[in-house]
Design a protein around this ligand. Structure first.
Ligand SMILES: Nc1nc2c(ncn2[C@@H]2O[C@H](COP(=O)(O)OP(=O)(O)OP(=O)(O)O)[C@@H](O)[C@H]2O)c(=O)[nH]1
Ligand SMILES: [Mg+2]
Length: 340
């Protein structure tokens, strides 16, 4: 997935190391009586070796211009790999702050920069995890169904993802009902009904154009009366410029008080993910599902999403069938970006 970013990072850092090595060699040859100095250095090193001491190597200062040069290349590599500009620049700025003015061994520069990039990305992913089953179990103890709301940009994959979650929950032995709260887009209810038929799940629906909060309210009543564990509510796709639909979403959250608010984002959204996440955050987001992870061989969207929302990614969608949903593995992602 993120192998490309990892490879880019490695080649950037290798380039910087080689450049520093060349500069060091140049500096040595332009010094006075270099042969003598080298002889002396060599003599000292030999002696140190014999005595079992560490051999000193040249130190360099991580100046602003040196760091700017390498971090600019890293920022570009991140942008090329779908990390949104704001997130990439935040990571590189933090790395710069951390490393600026340090005097280090020339041979450690690559590793230091790599470790600092890793730490900064890792820090973004230090978030309270969410487990859907825990949320459901908690409500079950109260004798109530859990309400999970799915929302996001037009075509992000909300309905498909919700069906995948239903499939997963059914396999775990939970009972599920769908609320067809996308009353806006033509054929949305039929699309959901098709998933419901495949999965043998009941759909609670009203007419197109009706109030989605009322649909969810009815679905919750139904679930409560039938002892159903979970209501999964599909909602209409919204664009971030769509003020009315965003207000409608906020109303759903206010009225229906979902136990879990899941923002569905496309991994291929690139820079736009920042804007989407910020707008939908107005309704409140508990967790994220990133879809089309299979289409995006870059994966930077995960970094952008957690950077803006500071909420965990629960799953990634990896295809169009019901099984194509994987738990998001941040360790795997970090390993793929910067290795250990
Ligand atoms: N490759 C791939 N395709 C996906 C994934 N998730 C969803 N899709 C596809 O994306 C398209 C849109 O999916 P929907 O579930 O209808 O998206 P939506 O957000 O409900 O769309 P609207 O309700 O119109 O806003 C469909 O063709 C899905 O099959 C995924 O993880 N990988
Ligand atoms: Mg939909």
């Amino acid at each position: 997935m993120l192998k490309r970013l990892k490879q880019r990072l490695e080649s950037i850092l290798k380039g910087v190391e080689e450049e520093l090595e060349e500069r060091e060699a140049e500096a040595l040859t332009t010094e006075e009586k270099p042969e003598k100095k080298e002889e002396e250095e060599g003599g000292k090193r030999e002696k140190a070796k014999k005595e079992g001491k560490r051999i000193p190597i040249l130190q360099i200062e991580l100046t602003e211009s040196l760091l700017d040069n390498v971090l600019w290349q890293i920022e570009l590599a991140m942008l090329e790999n779908n990390v949104a500009e704001e997130a990439a620049s935040h990571i590189c700025e933090s790395v710069k702050e951390k490393l600026a003015d340090r005097v280090v061994s020339r041979r450690d520069v690559g590793k230091l920069v790599k470790d600092a990039v890793r730490e900064e990305i890792e820090r973004l992913f230090e978030l309270q995890e969410i487990c859907i089953e825990d949320v459901i179990e908690k409500k079950k103890k109260e004798g109530k169904p859990a309400l999970i709301l799915f929302f996001g940009f037009n075509g992000a994959g909300k309905t498909t993802t919700m069906a995948k979650i239903a499939y997963m929950l059914l396999k775990k032995g939970y009972s599920v009902v769908f609320a067809a709260a996308d009353t806006f887009r033509a054929a949305s209810i039929e699309q959901l009904e098709e998933h419901a038929r495949n999965l043998n799940i009941k759909v609670i629906k009203h007419r197109y154009g009706s109030d989605p909060a009322a649909v969810i309210f009815d679905a919750m009543k139904y679930a409560e009366s039938k002892n159903i564990d979970v209501v999964l509510a599909d909602t209409a796709g919204r664009s971030h410029a769509d003020k009315n639909l965003l207000e409608e979403l906020k109303k759903i959250v206010r009225v229906n008080k979902p136990d879990l608010r899941i923002l569905v984002l496309e991994a291929i959204a690139g820079n736009d993910i920042i804007e989407q996440a910020r707008r939908f955050e107005e309704a409140g987001v508990d967790g994220v599902i990133l879809t089309k992870w299979d289409v995006d061989e870059k994966g930077g969207a995960a970094i952008s999403a957690v950077y803006v929302l500071q909420k965990p990614i629960l799953f990634v969608g990896t295809g169009q069938s019901y099984e194509d949903l994987e738990h998001f593995d941040k360790e795997k992602l970090l390993h793929e970006i910067v290795g250990r």
